[in-house]
Structures are given as C-alpha cells and as structure tokens.
Write a protein that binds this ligand. Structure first.
Ligand code: OOG
Ligand code: NI
Length: 454
C-alpha cells in the first residue's frame, strides 16, 4: 500500500527544517544571517512589486530555501549518504574537483531533480570526499585511514530505516519522523575530538581540511546557506551588523538579470575542542555562514562565456587572485560582454528557459513556429530556469577564505570523476541535461497549445 508512505519531498522539507533548527542552536550567527536575509528579501520584494522573474516566481520556496555542506572521509560514508539522501528525493548531481584549487577533496551536490520537487523544497547538500591519496606522508596517510576505518558516522537506527526504505519502497509516518531525527545525529557538532592534540596537529599541518574530516566522530554540517534576492544589500548588511564578511562576492557581478550563483560568507568560528588525554581545550575552525543569490542556469555556451570572462578577470590580477580593491570593477568590465537582456540571452542560446503564452490571440494568428520571434514580440514569455547547482571556482574561494591563511598549495593529482563515482556506487547526474529536459518539457507544452490553436 504505497499510499501509506510519506512523500520524499515531505521528508526532505522536514529534514531541512530540522537541520536549520539544530544549526541555529549550534551557531547563533546563523540565526542572525537568517534574519538579515529575510529582511533584505522583504525589502527587495516590496521595492519591486511587479517583478516577474524566476526569483519572484520562487518567493514561496525562498523562505525555506538553503543548502548545506559536509565533508566525509571514506567511500563507505559517501555511498551510505547517497542512500540516505535518496530517501529524501535527493540525487547526486554534478562532479566538482577542488584539488586544482588546493583543497584535497572532490564533491557532488545531492539535490532534488524534478522541477516540481525543486519548487516544493530545493534543499541541497554539497558533499565532499577527502582524497587521502593526496596526503604525501605515507605514515600519516595510513594513520588517517586507520582512524577513519574505526568510526561509524551513522546511527544503527538510521541504517536500519534506510534498509527498510529500500526494501518496502517508502517510509511510514512514524518511520519518517524517526528517520529525520536519527539522520540529524550524523550532522551534529561534537566538541570532543577522537584523536590526541598531537595527531590533530599533524593532520592539520598536512591540510586543515584533513583534520576537520578525520578528527571527529561524525561529519558536522559546516554551513547552511539561505538564498537572498539581493546579495549586494545582504553583503552591506553583514558588514553593518559586524559580521566578518569576506572581501569579495564570489561569482558573476551584479546584473539586471542574474546568472548562475553569487555567494558571500563570514569567517569560520574558532571553536573550543577537547582532545584525547588532554586537560585543557584547544580550538578548531570549520563552521561558517554563507549567503547566496541564484540566477539563471546557463547552457554549455553560456557557461563557456561565463568561465572565459571570469578567467579573464582573474588573470588581469597578478597571481590570479582576487586581492585588490578594484576586483568588482574589473569583473563588471569583463562581463559587459555578457548580454543582460532576456530576448538577447534567449536568442543567443546562453540560458535555459520555461515558456508561457502571454498573448493567446496573437499566438493564434501566427502561422509558423518561431519561438525566438515570439519571445521578442512578447507573445510568449520566457522565464529563465534557476541555477540549482554550484560553481567550483566559487566553492574553492569559499573553502579558501574559511580555511584562513594565504598559502595556496595546489595538488597535481588528476581530476577523478570515475573514482568518485566508484566510491559513490553510482554515477553523478549531468546538471545540463536536467535543465535541458525542464526546458524541453516546456517547449512541448507550448507546441501542443500552438498546434491546438492553429
Ligand atoms: C563546501 C564549500 C562549497 C559552496 O557553496 O560552494 C559550498 C565546504 O566548505 O565544505 O558550499
Ligand atoms: Ni556553500
């Protein structure tokens, strides 16, 4: 009797709310971010009462929208997370190699894939797997492997409920609520490290992130990110409230029609940690706060243009860094080459869209299919599809600013999607195909209406 099972979208919504509540209690600054973003969003909506872009359409999901990030240490942990997220209707989408940016991990994002599921609750979790093979020192590598092999980051009951979901095809109400609270345990912060201060230091010296992944008994959520309608306003507000915002907003510049993703964050907290056999506490920094603004999903062509313009901006600065007060100006100048009006973006095939008939009568008078023309003439309204994924250069920038320090080590290891997928025990979905099918479905509906009217 499948109708006795709780819908995956519901379980995801409840889990996302439970995570948010837990993180609020753990990191008070996150509560402040939520309040700040709600404020900015309300002001932005009031100032633009008749805006009709994707963000306006999504105002319902905005209040609950957030992404989180976790880092795990073993293939087993990654594959189990895949099974857990599947219970909440979240699939691995995209492959991100961060070793090129000096971070010894590779990642995917677990998220809903259907347009309707995204509209209900788009909760996503950026999930990174530590690449132990990138630890140079063989004995330290072995020690890390041993510590990780000894831990179990999931509660026995969470594992039993995943088995149950897989064998019976869903969870009942009672099972679903138990599942949410059991899985939450995996993401909880633990102020007691599982290692000595000495081991922590060795791992930390190899890379701070290695210590973060290896030295604790589970995989604490390291940030939760609400979505704002105006990240420039949110950034100013962060500074006004004395939150330590990073200097530069990651991603594209301010635009009339936002593309992809812009992100900012505040610095990770220095938290007190107890090490094994140690009477006085030490510290660990890992958890931070982040805000993002989402724009339209770009096609392969649009994305290539974005990557080119971003690379050009970064290359125009010695060392390819963002340092220097005029970064925002150089970024804006480079992006003048990226059209900022919808008909042109549409005609050049730079982004993905969904369509709605704006003028039925005019469409009925049209004889031949001419989508670009109809969009130009306003017969059909094209609404950009929201970008639901992440940006590796931005992610690296966020990692970097939160790990502190300026030393930028790079790893020469090659990108390794195949080994990531082997560890995940699944392929990762291609994000562009997902946007393409949402757009295709919309074109098909339009075609049916056009045919019926003619
Ligand atoms: C993940 C950083 C990536 C984003 O928004 O790009 C990320 C991490 O620090 O573990 O969350
Ligand atoms: Ni993030």
């Amino acid at each position: 009797m499948t109708n006795t099972f709780v819908n995956a979208d519901d379980i995801r919504a409840r889990f996302s709310a439970a995570m948010s509540e837990m993180y609020r209690a753990e990191v008070p600054q996150y509560s402040e971010l939520l309040a700040l973003v709600a404020d900015v969003n309300r002001r932005t909506s009031e100032a633009n009462p008749d805006r009709r872009d994707a963000a306006a359409e999504e105002s319902a999901r905005l209040a609950v929208e957030r992404h989180g990030a976790i880092r795990v240490g073993t293939p087993q942990e990654l594959a189990t997370l895949r099974r857990i997220f599947a219970v909440m209707g979240m699939q691995p989408v995209g492959y991100y190699d961060l070793s090129v940016a000096g971070v010894p991990v590779h990642s995917t994002a677990f998220r809903p894939t259907e347009f309707s599921a995204l509209q209900k609750n788009p909760f996503r979790v950026f999930t990174s797997l530590l690449r132990l093979e990138l630890i140079d020192d063989a004995s330290l590598r072995e020690e890390a492997r041993r510590i990780l092999a000894d831990r179990n980051i999931f509660t026995p009951r969470a594992l039993a409920l995943v088995d149950r979901f897989e064998s019976q095809g869903g969870l009942t109400e009672a099972e679903a609520s138990e599942f949410v609270s059991e899985v939450l345990e995996t993401f909880r912060w633990h102020s007691h490290a599982t290692v000595s201060a000495d081991t922590y230091k060795k791992l930390h010296d190899a890379h701070r992130l290695i210590a973060d992944v290896v030295c604790f008994k589970s995989t604490h959520i390291n940030h939760l990110t609400p979505r704002t309608l105006d990240i420039d306003a949110a950034q100013q507000e962060m500074l006004r409230r004395g939150l330590q915002a990073k200097d530069v907003i990651e991603g594209p510049p301010t635009r009339k029609h936002p593309i992809l993703l812009r992100q900012t964050s505040f610095k990770a907290l220095e938290e007190s940690v107890h090490f094994l056999n140690e009477t006085s506490a030490g510290t660990h920094t890992a958890r931070f706060g982040e805000i993002e603004q989402r724009g339209m999903a770009l096609t392969k062509k649009g994305r290539a243009l974005y990557d080119e313009l971003l690379a050009k901006t970064r290359a125009s600065q010695a060392g390819g860094t963002q340092a220097g007060g005029n970064y925002a100006d150089r970024l804006a100048a480079a992006f003048e080459a990226f059209p900022d009006d919808l008909p042109t973006i549409h005609a050049q095939g730079l982004a993905y869209f969904q369509y709605r008939i704006a003028d039925e009568a005019a469409l009925a008078r049209e004889r031949a299919w001419d989508l670009d023309g109809w969009v130009q003439k306003g017969i059909v309204e094209a609404t950009p599809i929201t970008y639901e994924d992440f940006l590796p250069v931005s992610a690296a920038g966020i990692f970097q600013s939160n790990l502190g320090g300026t030393t930028q080590k790079t790893y020469s290891a090659s990108s390794s999607k195949a080994s990531f997928e082997a560890d995940l025990q699944s392929e990762v979905l291609d994000e562009l195909s997902l946007y393409q099918s949402t757009q295709d479905a919309s074109v098909s509906r339009l075609r049916e209406r056009f045919t019926a009217a003619n």
